[in-house]
Design a protein around this ligand. Structure first.
Ligand SMILES: Cc1cc2nc3c(=O)[nH]c(=O)nc-3n(C[C@H](O)[C@H](O)[C@H](O)COP(=O)(O)OP(=O)(O)OC[C@H]3O[C@@H](n4cnc5c(N)ncnc54)[C@H](O)[C@@H]3O)c2cc1C
Length: 458
């Protein structure tokens, strides 16, 4: 069989592609499509790029309002950083996690197997039980793949059922629950074990990187090389035989634009609203998928506490509802001016929902009460010189037990040769790298589709 001739990049430039959403999924799709030679524009409803990968600057402190941690296991992100010429922007960053138990912080770094052996966080009995989790992880092997969650259907079991079957109460209280609360801001009762495997696999026992300018360095760096139209909200997308029609509203009011193809890179809950052509099984998957809510409060401090961890897991066994405490100045450089500190308190979903609509002053007061009750940093209140509240809804997708089968049906219903492609973290777990990878996959599929449909005319 003769292979089809490849379209020359200069011919591809005649094809307009619109990307909806300038989060990391949309920007990575746009960057790869532009690299392939297409004429790409990104339509973003807000006034800044990055979506849930953003950094606010307040009085000299840098607050990562969404994603904060970038583990070395994010190979696709490292490659994109390199290809976009941003390598000089990143440096190795903090990698020590702390787990609170009985008022003591138990620390884990890159050498987690050794740390686990020697830690006093867990009893000897639990350490032995942990070998079962290690064995199960090994058995699942590379089928636990963030690029395709459907490859390990047996991992789609509730965390509670798995704990009852394989672990014990102590491991649930001091490992499974804090991991779920701190990584997904959700209780383990609502989560599938798939998520625990993914979180543990990508984030524990690894190094981390980050940028002194905040995680927004990446969306900003990509956007500088792209045509991004801010304050442009897409209202609907229609696929035609030879094109797509995008209806949007911007400073000119509501109007329609035609393009050869488009990538929809908005959060899962918004997809169905703008794409009436979304196949029913994917619509069902997205309508049932829940996202967590996260409210967090950052405190800029005149001096740093001595604690070396970059993140402290506060299990709900130790504190009602559980918490996450990030010591941002240990997590990544550039978050606080020299000698100063930055600490962020993260509430899990249910507490975040209760506080979400309160005024910032009330939210900040509650965060302070929690910090004082925890009493990990005595005298902290006297050192506060800046406070900032961040609200994230939707925060990250929560794959509940059973949703992998729905995802499987949803994926099968998508036409791989469609001119409309989806990208976002809802294909995987809530991570910047998963969102970015979905954008790259969408870009490469569109390239194949457009190539297959047009070669004889170019
Ligand atoms: C509090 C929090 C902590 C997190 N921690 C981490 C972490 O430590 N590490 C990690 O890797 N990940 C983390 N994540 C997850 C990660 O941030 C997300 O999974 C990822 O950024 C999602 O990217 P996205 O491009 O799919 O979506 P988004 O970033 O949500 O981007 C979607 C974009 O689409 C725009 N948009 C929406 N509707 C329209 C429309 N109709 N028209 C035009 N534009 C539209 C939005 O304004 C937005 O800019 C965290 C997330 C949160 C919220």
């Amino acid at each position: 069989m003769k292979s089809r001739p490849q379209t020359h990049p200069s011919a591809r430039a005649q094809h307009k592609i619109l990307v909806v959403g300038a989060g990391i999924a949309g920007l990575s799709a746009a960057f790869r499509l532009q690299q392939a030679g297409y004429d790409v524009s990104v339509l973003e409803s807000t006034s800044h790029v990055g979506g849930r990968m953003w950094t606010d600057e307040v009085d000299g402190f840098r607050i990562d309002t969404g994603a904060a941690m970038l583990p070395d296991s994010y190979h696709q992100m490292r490659r994109l950083i390199r290809d976009a010429g941003l390598t000089q922007d990143v440096v190795p960053s903090g990698d020590v996690y702390g787990f609170l138990r009985d008022g003591r912080i138990h620390r884990f770094g890159k050498h987690i197997p050794l740390d686990l052996l020697t830690t006093r966080l867990l009893s000897a009995r639990s350490k032995l039980r942990l070998l079962r989790l290690a064995a199960d992880t090994r058995r699942l092997g590379d089928r636990i793949d963030f690029r395709d969650l459907t490859r390990a259907p047996e991992a789609d079991e509730s965390c509670i059922a798995y704990t009852d079957r394989r672990l014990n109460e102590e491991l649930f209280d001091y490992l499974i629950e804090p991991l779920s609360t701190n990584y997904y801001f959700a209780p383990p009762e609502e989560l599938s074990m798939t998520h625990v495997y993914l979180a543990a696999g990508s984030a524990l026992g690894t190094g981390y990187f980050n940028s002194p300018r905040g995680v927004a360095f990446l969306p900003r760096g990509l956007a500088r090389q792209l045509d991004v139209r801010h304050r442009t909200r897409v209202l609907s997308i229609e696929e035609n035989e030879d094109s797509v029609t995008v209806t949007c509203t911007d400073h000119r009011g509501e109007h329609r634009e035609t393009a050869a193809a488009c990538v929809i890179a908005v959060p899962g809950p918004s997809v169905a609203g703008i794409w009436p052509g979304l196949p029913a099984p994917m619509r069902t998957y997205l309508s049932r998928l829940r996202y967590s809510t996260c409210l967090h409060v950052s405190f800029g401090l005149s001096a740093r506490p001595r604690e070396p961890s970059m993140w402290i897991f506060v299990p709900r066994r130790e504190y009602p509802g559980g918490l996450g405490l990030c010591l941002d100045h240990n997590r990544a450089p550039g978050r606080a001016p020299d000698g100063k500190g930055l600490i962020t308190l993260y509430w899990p979903t249910h507490a975040s929902e209760d506080l979400y609509d309160l005024p910032d002053a009330d939210v900040t007061a509650q965060a302070l009460r929690d910090l004082e009750r925890l009493n990990l940093f005595p005298g902290l209140a006297q050192r506060i010189e800046m406070t900032s509240v961040s609200r994230c809804r939707p925060c990250v997708p929560l794959t509940h037990p059973g949703s992998i089968a729905e995802l499987h049906d949803g994926l099968r219903s998508l036409d791989r040769a469609s001119r409309v492609m989806l990208a976002g973290d809802y294909f995987s777990f809530g991570s910047t790298n998963a969102a970015l990878t979905s954008g790259e996959v969408a870009a490469s599929r569109l390239t194949v589709t457009l190539e297959a449909r047009r070669p004889h005319r170019d």
